[in-house]
Write a protein that binds this ligand. Structure first.
Ligand code: S3P
Length: 180
């Protein structure tokens, strides 16, 4: 491996995208395949806070959670060689995207709303979707639309609508290897 490529291989791989796109599952598979450390931002925030995300939202409010995310983006940006799965809203603020983008490859996983709905429509632990039952699909579709511009700022996208987590992981690994 040339010095240049070995330096590049220390860069982080950051998976982002809407809730239910499979960031955490894919991230674990990619980390295992590349023998890297995996960091799930939501899991780390929950462990440090000693409470699950719905409780953080309920007890402290969304802005508090967003501050934790921003601080964690900055903290992780100081590290190398990680595979990181962000929460679905973590890289919506452009500053968070820029801070992590400088440290490696950010890949946004995209998925059709109907498939997301099948995966997370009934999820109890997603406060951003908390709505009366008949409003949940509309809420999901509206959030996707609101976030489209922010996700579009990300250079690399992968449509996971028809792919298994294993297939997505394989494509991520291929992209990383092509980039090294
Ligand atoms: C959120 C997504 C969640 C979690 C929190 C907020 C969002 O993560 O960070 O509930 O704003 O999209 P997942 O994308 O892993 O569900």
């Amino acid at each position: 491996m040339s010095p240049a490529s070995s330096a590049r291989s220390e860069k982080n791989i950051i998976l982002t995208g809407f809730m239910g796109t499979g960031k955490s599952t894919v991230g674990q598979l990619v980390a295992a395949e590349l023998d890297r450390e995996f960091v799930d931002m939501d899991t780390l925030i929950e462990a440090r806070e000693g409470r699950p995300i719905p409780r953080i939202f309920a007890e402290e409010g969304e802005p508090y959670f967003r501050q934790l995310e921003a601080a964690l983006c900055a903290e992780l940006a100081a590290r190398q060689g990680l595979v990181i799965a962000t929460g679905g809203g973590a890289l919506l603020p452009e500053r968070n995207l820029r801070v992590l983008d400088r440290t490696g490859l950010v890949i946004c996983l995209d998925c059709a709303p109907e498939v997301l709905w099948q995966r997370i429509g009934r999820s109890e632990n997603r406060p951003m979707l908390a709505e009366a039952d008949d409003g949940r699909f509309r809420r999901l579709a509206a959030l996707l639309e609101q976030r489209a511009l922010a996700y579009a700022r990300i250079a690399y996208h992968l449509d996971v609508t028809r792919l298994s987590p294993q297939q997505v992981a394989r494509r991520v690994v291929e992209r990383v290897r092509g980039w090294e």
